[in-house]
Design a binder for this molecule. Structure first.
Ligand code: 5AD
Ligand code: SF4
Length: 481
């Protein structure tokens, strides 16, 4: 499953260039993971053909869409507050229509329309192409809902508009859905079964980005390592593919290789990796290409084999450690980041200690850490009691966060006095005189602007660091330019 961008903060409202002749106004806001942001770009692209330009002013919108996340209860509560806000604005502007997209739409189905009556339209993650029809139903005063999950929808034929873009980095989705069935996770219910997008359409989207000056692409999926294109359909049906389809199938290692070769002056990242699906071949491809970043987001969730089993993760603590050893041998210096859930049902103090010791073993560069939140409908919610008291979850979470801080600081300080390659993304938040970008290992680097510009690959000598940021001075352009 993939990394969350924002959960507690206000979602990001997204804007794109106006299309001439369009007169209606769309306010579209996204919560949750990178996949949701990427999906909002697809939705905006569909609506640009229906006469909508985006706006950042909620009050002037004809249509308000919120792309939602269900991963934890807190994420859903944030969206609920926004729905209240939209409805308050709707009282002043009764012509305004409100639609809910994404994972909450899929999870709650008609509840928002029928019981709560707080939206006009409900659209699940596989039904965005139906939005123009659903809007007609709204205009005719009918409840508009489509939450059908698809076997083959990948939106490969829609060229997404880039919302809120820096013009340099972009997400490109390569798989949708997830077949893993981790017992805590709502995603298989909200995003359906796993399917892969055709390599040709992925490469075409990247070609287009390259021609428009983009310099970095992150290949996205709930589980990228299990990417498998064999001519269409669900991953689970691969066994039924013809011999020809099997012989010409493309897996993740091959896809990465194709991207890196096709665009040697572009950087590639990917997210998210699932330990049981990450094969050695992918590691060799990363090691082989300087333009594939040395960074792997490798959620572990727990350091205890017993808890991993309860979570239905398909690996043990030891297997995870072996994979980490392989990463460190094949890609020296590779950054590794984690997702960890603390306070899963039945988690003991000993299990918690196992998580802390695993963190020490891996020396994670970053981490995204969460207290367990029971999600309705998941196997854990149906079969297991949420029995770790809130204060224990909180204390364990704090211990994990503190340890990660310590490890992150150790990991950033390894770059002191080294010269790293940085892609400039934007002006630093703290200082107008400094650029901000990232090195291959995904650490933020800030340095004085001099005559460099956004989109340049620059060599930067590091002379200071905090837990999350490297500070340095440019020494010249890199040969990626
Ligand atoms: N409670 C807490 N955290 C969760 N995650 C997924 N489901 C839950 C849940 N029910 C976390 C996992 C996942 C990340 C995206 O969110 O760590 O990797
Ligand atoms: Fe993304 Fe949906 Fe998972 Fe939230 S619940 S992280 S939006 S896939």
């Amino acid at each position: 499953m993939e990394k969350i961008i924002e959960e507690n903060k206000q979602g990001t409202s997204l804007v794109l260039e106006n299309k001439e002749g369009n007169s209606k106004k769309l306010f579209i806001e996204s919560y949750g993971c990178a996949m949701n942001f990427s999906d909002s770009e697809i939705v905006a692209s569909i609506l640009a053909n229906e006469g909508y330009n985006t706006t950042q002013k909620l009050e002037e919108a004809d249509l308000v869409l919120v792309n939602t996340c269900s991963i934890r209860d807190k994420a859903e509560q944030t969206v609920r507050k926004r729905l209240e806000k939209y409805n308050a604005v709707k009282k002043i502007n009764p012509g305004m229509k409100v639609g809910v997209l994404g994972c909450m739409a899929e999870r709650l189905k008609s509840q928002f329309l029928e019981q709560e009556k707080i939206v006009d339209m409900v659209v699940g993650p596989d039904a965005y192409k139906d939005i123009p029809n659903l809007l007609k139903e709204v205009d005719e005063g009918r409840d508009a809902i489509n939450v059908i999950l698809s076997k083959d929808e990948t939106y490969g034929d829609i060229s997404p508009v880039r919302l809120l873009s820096n013009g340099i980095t972009a997400f490109v989705s390569i798989t949708r859905g997830c077949d893993n069935m981790c017992t805590f996770c709502v995603v298989p219910f909200t995003r359906g079964r796993e399917r892969s997008r055709e390599p040709q359409s992925i490469l075409e989207e990247i070609n287009d980005l390259a021609s428009r000056g983009f310099k970095e692409v992150t290949l996205l999926g709930q589980n990228v390592d299990s990417y498998l294109w064999y001519g269409g359909g669900l991953k689970k049906d691969f066994e039924k593919a013809t011999e020809m389809q099997k012989a010409t199938a493309v897996d993740f290692a091959q896809l990465l290789d194709m991207c890196a070769i096709a665009h040697p002056k572009m950087r590639f990242r990917f997210s998210t990796s699932n330990p049981q699906d990450m094969h050695e071949e992918v590691l060799h491809i990363i090691a082989k290409h300087p333009n594939i970043c040395n960074y792997i987001h490798l959620p572990v969730q727990s350091g205890s084999t017993r808890i991993l089993q309860e979570m239905n993760r398909q690996h043990t603590r030891e297997e995870y450690m072996t994979l980490v050893d392989k990463i460190k041998t094949i890609i020296p210096g590779c950054s590794i980041s984690q997702d960890i859930i603390t306070g899963f049902p039945t988690e003991t103090e000993e299990d918690h200690q196992d998580t802390l010791s695993l963190m020490e073993y891996v020396e994670y560069d970053f981490g995204y850490m969460f207290a367990y939140s029971e999600r309705p409908g998941t196997l854990a919610a149906r079969k297991m009691e949420d029995d770790v008291p809130e204060e224990v979850k909180k204390r364990r979470l704090q211990e994990i966060v503190d340890l990660q801080q310590k490890l992150s600081h150790k990991r950033t300080s390894r770059f002191l006095n080294q010269t790293v390659e940085v892609l400039i993304e934007k002006t630093s938040k703290r200082s107008d005189a400094h650029w901000s970008g990232r090195n291959s290992e995904n650490v933020v680097v800030v340095f004085p602007k001099e005559n460099y510009k956004v989109g340049d690959f620059v060599m930067v000598k590091i002379n200071d660091c905090t837990t999350a940021t490297l500070i340095g001075e440019a020494t010249g352009y890199s040969d990626m330019n």
